[in-house]
Every structure is written in structure tokens, then in C-alpha cells.
Design a protein around this ligand. Structure first.
Ligand code: ATP
Ligand code: MG
Length: 437
């Protein structure tokens, strides 16, 4: 009995109809990132496991239960498929001396991430993130700019129902004072904590505030607030971010329980959430992580960033009516007969040389069958080559969408005739040159 091979559970194929939407979205995103001066960085998908343990924190969901780690069979080194991008980005910046040599850096990465979670809508084992890291920026202006960037992207995409939640985690010392108060409080409710909660009570109590267990909500709701432990500098920084956001007209809600699931954050943290995607409502999350560079062995360096989940973003985009135009070639070249086929190759190449997208029919068949394919391709014009045309060194041109009959032109005149036809076809759209937006 044959056994059908399947993709790994929670890891999705993105088929052409969807992949075109992804590419369309990626074009928008690239323009958006460039408009804020962000430059791409590409790092390996596999990193030494200690990188993530050190960056994300030992007592976190990701490191405790979600990482795909394995031993390199050749040298026994423990490697991990990256569960997120910040650690790699910072590791690369340190390794290549980016900030020391070039000053503050605005960087972005894009690609697949891997977490061993229970697959469901908006939650996968391989998913994609776009992340932005502003390295070497200390002030609230950088935090505010990151948030404003997101707001602009939501607007560019026409997303609705996306709300901003904001909090400050203060400094390490402030968190330590809060932590002591939190542990004392949680000790009193020890019996009601779940297994994770009990385990984290003394290792990482802040993380208990981040719990998804609804039974713990009342306890967590009444817990001591970090906000009440913030010192002057942290409060001023947080105020600063809020002033910039108010200036920009970006509404936000301060959520005292927003602590983020990764250990490296301090001061500003934020999440963009929607009510339209059920439980997987966070489409983008980030914040400041001033200690991470030093923690990974670099010279101390302030930094802030965010990451967004592309699958969730695209789900929401579709919910809001977003759709990519189907990519269609300009022309489809049909041909019957050996001489015609050889001319068809030349015709298609001549068109491509002039910047037209041309699909050359392959596989033979009657004119009728080939014209059906031409029509289905979405092309605006068919190039038709029969024995007659071929012997004369000419090709037929037939508009497939608009009015007008078939005309014949010499091969040498084909690109120009094509331009005239496409121009008159797309008259209304000429000059928009919107680069896919
Ligand atoms: P969640 O609370 O939903 O598990 P998280 O806090 O673990 O999210 P981050 O590590 O902050 O997520 O990642 C940033 C963004 O990446 C998330 O807001 C989300 O949009 C997306 N994301 C995270 N995990 C997944 C996943 N398993 N599948 C799809 N998208 C994800
Ligand atoms: Mg998670």
C-alpha cells in the first residue's frame, strides 16, 4: 500500500493563489520599511541553542516547550530552528560590529520562524514574521516611531479593528522590587495557581501575569502593578512615548498586565490586537530591550523593536476585504505547426526583451484548445502564429479582453504593436504607476 507523504503538522504549503497575495503584501511591506529608512538583514534559520536560551530566557514558553532543538550529528553541538528573529539579529549586529562601526542601525528581517505549539487558526509551527530592530536608539522617540510605523502599515493595508496596548516594564531594579511584592502576593494564592504558575512563582513570577489560563484571571487582575514601582526616569520615558503617540493621533490603552512572553524587554512594551481573529488576536508585538546586546556579549547598547505575524496579518487583511490582483501575463503566444513554433519562441523572447510578460504555449494542441488556455491565463492579448503567418515572418495579435479584431504585424514590429494594444486596453490605468500598492 502506498503511503502519501504530507507536510509536517503545523507547517503550511503556500500555494500559488495565496503565494501571489504574499508577494503582493511583501511589495507593500518593502516600500513601507524603506520609507522609514529600514535596511534588510538576513541571518541563518538555524542558530546555536544557547543564543535563544540567553536572549529569550530559560523560563519562558518558547525556551521551555516550543523550540525545535536538535543535536548536530557531526559534532554534537545543540542547534535550534529560530523561534524568533531578534536574538539572531542582535547576534549578527554584535558579531559584525554594526553599531560600533556604523552608528545606530535601523534593521528589518523577514522569514519563517519555528515553534512547537498546538496548531490552530493563526497559530502554526512554521510561521512568518517581519521584525524591525532599532539598535543604538535610547529615547522614547524611537519607541514612538516604531509604533507609528505599525499604524501606517495598518492604514496602507486598510486594516480595521486593530487596537494598541501599551505598558512599561521599567528597569531591572524596578522589576526586582515589583517582583518581590508579586511573589509575596502570589504566595498567598499559591493553592489557586496552575502547574505553570506554581513552577514559575519563584523563577519568573512576572510571566504568570502573561498566563492564558482564564481561571487565573481574577488573581492576576488584583496583583501588584509594576506601574506603581516605576522610578522617575522610567516614568518620564513612558510619558514621552505617550506624548508622541498623542501628537500622532494614535489611540492606545495602557494594559498593566502586558508583560510579553520574552525576558529581554524593559521599559516600553506594546501589542497590536484585533478582536477579529479569535484567540490569536495579537498581530504585532514589541518593545524596548536595552539589556539584550550586553547580555549577548556586545558593548551595552539600547535597542527597541517589534515583530508581526504575517499569517495573522494576512488573515485579518482578508477579513477586511484586502486582496491581491491576480498576476496575469501581458500576452499568451499560441502557435500551430513546426515553423510557427520556432517563430513563436522568437516572438516571445522579443516581447520579454521589451519588458512584456509573455507565456509561450507548450505542449501542442489545436488553435481552439490553445486559445482557451490563452483566455484562462488572464492575458490581455494573444499572439497567434499559424503556418501562414510563419511563412511570411509575421504574427497575429488578438485582444482577449477588449474590442478589436485580429491584426497581423511583422515580427520586428511586434513589441511596438503590443505596446499600442496594451496601452489602449489599459487606458484608464495609465500613469498610476503604483508599484503594486
Ligand atoms: P502568542 O501570545 O499569540 O503566542 P507571542 O507573544 O508568543 O504570541 P511573539 O513572540 O511576540 O508572539 O511574536 C510576535 C508575533 O508573531 C505575534 O504577535 C504573532 O502575530 C506572531 N506569532 C507568534 N507565534 C506564532 C505562531 N505560532 N503562529 C503564527 N503566528 C505567530
Ligand atoms: Mg507564543
Amino acid at each position: 500500500m502506498s503511503h502519501t507523504l504530507q507536510a509536517v503538522r503545523g507547517m503550511n504549503d503556500i500555494l500559488p493563489d495565496d503565494a501571489e497575495t504574499w508577494e503582493y503584501f511583501e511589495d507593500i511591506v518593502r516600500d513601507w520599511l524603506a520609507s522609514y529608512g529600514y535596511r534588510p538583514i538576513r541571518t541563518p534559520i538555524v542558530e546555536p541553542t544557547p543564543l535563544f536560551k540567553r536572549a529569550i530566557g530559560e523560563v519562558t514558553d518558547i525556551v521551555e516547550k516550543e523550540m525545535y532543538s536538535f543535536e548536530d550529528a557531526l559534532n554534537g553541538e545543540s542547534l535550534t530552528l529560530r523561534p524568533e528573529g531578534t536574538a539572531s539579529c542582535v547576534r549578527a549586529a554584535i558579531q559584525h560590529n554594526l553599531v560600533a562601526a556604523g552608528g545606530p542601525q535601523r534593521l528589518y528581517y523577514y522569514g519563517p520562524m519555528f515553534r512547537h505549539e498546538r496548531p490552530q487558526k493563526g497559530r502554526y509551527r512554521q510561521f512568518h514574521q517581519i521584525g524591525v530592530e532599532a539598535l543604538g536608539f535610547a529615547g522614547p522617540d524611537a519607541d514612538a516611531e516604531l509604533i507609528m510605523m505599525c499604524a501606517r502599515l495598518w492604514e496602507d493595508l486598510g486594516l480595521e479593528d486593530v487596537a494598541l496596548e501599551l505598558n512599561s516594564l521599567g528597569s531591572a531594579e524596578e522589576r526586582a522590587a515589583h517582583r518581590a511584592a508579586l511573589i509575596a502576593y502570589l504566595e498567598q494564592h499559591r493553592d489557586q495557581l496552575d502547574e505553570d504558575g506554581k513552577r514559575r512563582l519563584h523563577t519568573n513570577p512576572l510571566r504568570i501575569l502573561d498566563t492564558k489560563n482564564p481561571l487565573l484571571q481574577p488573581i492576576v487582575e488584583a496583583a501588584p502593578r509594576l506601574a506603581d514601582f516605576l522610578g522617575e526616569a522610567s516614568r518620564a520615558h513612558f510619558e514621552g512615548v505617550q506624548v508622541f503617540l498623542k501628537d500622532a493621533g494614535i489611540p492606545f490603552r495602557i494594559n498593566h498586565r502586558l508583560v510579553r512572553g520574552l525576558d529581554y524587554y524593559n521599559r516600553t512594551v506594546f501589542e497590536w490586537v484585533t478582536t477579529r481573529l479569535g484567540a490569536q488576536g495579537t498581530i504585532c508585538a514589541g518593545g524596548r530591550y536595552d539589556g539584550l546586546v550586553e547580555q549577548l556579549g556586545g558593548k551595552p547598547q539600547p535597542a527597541a523593536g517589534f515583530a508581526m505575524g504575517i499569517e495573522r496579518l494576512l488573515l485579518l487583511w482578508r477579513e477586511c476585504g484586502g486582496e491581491a490582483e491576480r498576476a496575469a501575463p501581458d500576452t499568451y503566444v499560441v502557435h500551430v505547426g513546426d515553423v510557427a513554433q520556432r517563430l513563436a519562441f522568437r516572438a516571445a523572447e522579443a516581447l520579454r526583451e521589451h519588458g512584456f510578460a509573455a507565456v509561450l504555449h507548450c505542449g501542442g494542441g489545436s488553435f481552439k484548445a490553445q486559445m482557451k488556455k490563452a483566455d484562462a491565463s488572464g492575458a490581455a492579448v494573444a499572439v497567434v502564429i499559424g503556418e501562414d503567418e510563419a511563412l511570411a515572418g509575421e504574427v497575429g495579435l488578438k485582444p482577449l479582453r477588449g474590442p478589436g479584431g485580429q491584426q497581423r504585424v511583422a515580427l520586428a514590429d511586434l513589441p511596438e504593436a503590443m505596446a499600442v494594444l496594451l496601452y489602449s486596453e489599459q487606458n484608464g490605468e495609465q500613469g498610476t504607476d503604483d508599484g503594486g500598492l
